[in-house]
Design a protein around this ligand. Structure first.
Ligand SMILES: [Zn+2]
Length: 295
């Protein structure tokens, strides 16, 4: 008799991206409501992935506003979150790179990524770890470009990623977390991208180095799942055996309701021992989480 070992859930992750907390627009209450809904889930998630853009914005803001947002973020996590949080840096968490508007000189000791690393208590801006038979890689998507940014890995990070995947056993499934999507369908629809008669996706919306990342993942077929946010829209792209999930936004349209067709929500991912997974996009505004889309 042939028996197949049953697929076993080993880890449940709530992927909360683009919270954009701020004192205005009832955002703090919204973030608390989302955390409460996550904590009420049965079974309760083992981990929360903060996908970045945790605060409304410090990229273009001065020190005083950055301090207010830092305190708000920290106090809500301290008071309303018991589940361990894995943090990923988003573009809006990088302090002052828009020097024209932030007034930063660039000489401040906590300028740029340093500010985000302090906010999230990170020692590295990109890193990896193992949990319950899965390997997790957290990337830093935000690369400086004038007063703005592009979505890509710097060379140091790409070399580290190559080495990290090389030393991960081929039998171990890999999940990648980045703020900006490596590959996304919704990036095509966030704006009037087709107005020139061609589909144009800005390099700040989707990783401009996606081709070399996809080629790297092709060499390491144990890369199963890439999670992102940034676009505030939900989509799932399956390409070369890798699933790319862009998991909407906790804040929806920056705390102004739905963004296009995607309501405020978060991703809920169940990872299995055999390298498979199930994902859902969850609504939370009612106070208890309800699945909207299953992927
Ligand atoms: Zn973003």
């Amino acid at each position: 008799m042939i028996t197949r070992s049953p697929r076993k859930r080993v880890l449940r992750i709530a992927h909360l991206t683009d919270i954009h907390v701020q004192p205005e627009k009832d955002a703090a209450r919204g973030m608390i409501r989302c955390l409460q809904a996550v904590h009420r889930l049965k079974p309760r998630p083992d981990l929360i992935f903060n996908g970045g853009d945790a605060v409304m914005d410090v990229f273009s803001q001065g020190r005083e506003r950055a301090r207010v947002l830092q305190q708000l973020w920290r106090s809500i996590l301290r008071d309303y979150c018991e589940i361990p949080v894995i943090h990923c840096i988003g573009n809006h968490d990088v302090w002052g790179w828009d020097r024209e508007h932030s007034g930063c000189s660039g000489e401040e000791p906590d300028y740029g990524k340093r500010w985000a690393m302090e906010l999230f208590e990170l020692e590295q801006r990109f890193y990896s770890f193992d949990r319950m038979g899965w390997h997790f890689i957290v990337l830093d998507s935000t690369f400086p470009h004038g007063n703005g940014y592009k979505a890509r890995l710097d060379d140091e990070q790409f070399e580290w990623l190559q080495a990290d995947l090389k030393r991960t056993p081929a039998s171990m499934p890999v999940c990648v977390l980045s703020h900006i999507p490596i590959l996304s369908a919704s990036a095509y629809l966030d704006g009037n991208n087709e107005k020139t008669g061609d589909w144009v996706v800005p390099g700040a919306w989707m990783h401009i180095d996606a081709r070399r990342l996809i080629e790297l993942f092709w060499k390491h077929r144990n890369v199963k799942l890439c999670l992102s946010g940034h676009i505030h829209l939900y989509d799932r792209v399956d390409y070369n055996g890798v699933t790319y999930l862009c998991n909407g936004a906790v804040c929806g349209a920056w705390w102004n309701g739905d963004y296009h067709q995607t309501p405020p929500g978060f991703g809920l991912i169940d990872l299995h021992s055999d390298g498979t997974f199930e994902s859902q996009y969850m609504l939370y505004l009612s106070g208890s989480a309800q699945p909207l889309w299953k992927g």
